[in-house]
Design a protein around this ligand. Structure first.
Ligand SMILES: Cc1ncc(COP(=O)(O)O)c(C=O)c1O
Length: 328
């Protein structure tokens, strides 16, 4: 089965063409604390603890063919993340949605990567006040830019070379809860550098006991004995991960969320990763060992990838962008 070249389609098909917009917004739009601006003009104060302590939660929702995908679920996950780290979103859920719509509308994007955050913000200056979460001035920022693919069409079609990180583990959940999507990325970034050093293209991290947690910026899946498996804990509850569960159900493929030891990965028939910025991304090797006997991307991963995009473009879990907000 051929992989749908989703990026090529986004770049060329008329349904994906960027709508007319003010030239300064052509590369994207941002929202900084209390106003909209072109993305290249957005800046944050040094004092924001989101910047100097990586103290923030965020979320990323995508838009394709003019529709947000599973927007409500992204907003629900984000609200829980705010509660987990004890920041208060300055905006209501409705206002947050309005801002996300307006960001996409201002840039006229039909395919967008829409990112937003609430940071710990400005710290209190008084004596010993940092022990009180409500003394910080939490801040909201957001942006919409053209859709970003973690791997291009050729990489997704051939599958990527994955390594299991040996030098670092995923930060333990009791240190930083991975279910609250947050700014802590150093373990995942160091794992990517290890991948580069070892001739790989991407990395997956384990927990301290050698069980898979998640890949850098993505959930990890394997096809083992006819079952699509993914870790049950120690990872973000990805919205694309949920979509894979839904698609497998439709296709009659059994799934299981369970502990997976890293040693199981090399012997899997297929391995793939999932993230908003890339959808379903097949791997072709793990630690230099080719997967299965397909010599590239696995058939199940390609089938899931294609169905994901076909269904999305037909409106699956879609919320039409309110482009009229661009003019307000
Ligand atoms: C650490 C991590 N795990 C998993 C994911 C995938 O989540 P989703 O499918 O909701 O984008 C992401 C997305 O950025 C991530 O950063």
């Amino acid at each position: 089965m051929e992989l749908i070249r989703a990026h090529e389609i986004m770049l060329n098909a008329p349904e994906h063409k960027q709508l007319p917009c003010a030239p300064e917004y052509a590369f994207g739009a941002a929202y900084v604390a209390d106003h909209f601006c072109p993305v290249f003009e957005a800046s944050i104060p040094f004092y924001d603890a989101g910047f100097f302590h990586a103290d923030a939660v965020y979320d990323v929702v995508s838009v394709s063919r003019g529709m947000f995908f599973r927007l409500e679920e992204h907003q629900t996950r984000f609200a829980k993340a705010c509660d987990t780290i004890r920041v208060k979103n300055p905006f209501t859920r409705e206002r947050e949605a309005d801002i996300l719509h307006e960001l996409v509308a201002r840039a006229g994007l039909r395919d967008a990567y829409v990112w937003w955050t609430v940071t710990r913000g400005m710290p209190p200056m008084g004596r010993n006040e940092m022990v009180h979460p409500e003394k910080f001035e939490n801040r909201f920022y957001g942006m919409a830019i053209p859709f970003v693919f973690m791997f291009d069409d050729d990489q997704r079609a051939s599958g990527v070379d994955l390594i299991v990180c040996r030098e670092h583990i995923r930060i333990p959940s009791r240190a930083v809860d991975p279910r609250a999507k947050n700014f802590h990325w150093l373990d995942m970034q160091m794992a990517l550098f290890e991948a580069g050093d070892r001739g790989g293209e991407w990395a997956v991290l384990t927990n301290v006991d050698g069980y898979l947690a998640e890949a850098t910026g993505a959930n990890i899946f394997a096809m083992i004995d006819g079952v699509v498996v993914t870790p049950d804990t120690g990872c973000l509850e990805g919205i694309t991960r949920q979509s894979v569960f839904d698609l497998c159900k439709e296709l009659g493929i059994p799934t299981d969320a369970r502990p997976i030891h890293a040693d199981e990965l090399k012997n899997a028939d297929e391995v793939f990763m999932t993230t908003t910025a890339g959808s379903i991304m097949p791997a072709r090797s793990v630690d230099g060992t080719p997967l299965g006997d397909h010599g590239g991307a696995g058939e199940t991963a390609i089938a899931l990838h294609n169905r994901y995009w076909e269904k999305r473009w037909a409106g699956w879990h879609g919320t039409p962008v309110r482009y009229e907000l661009a003019g307000e």
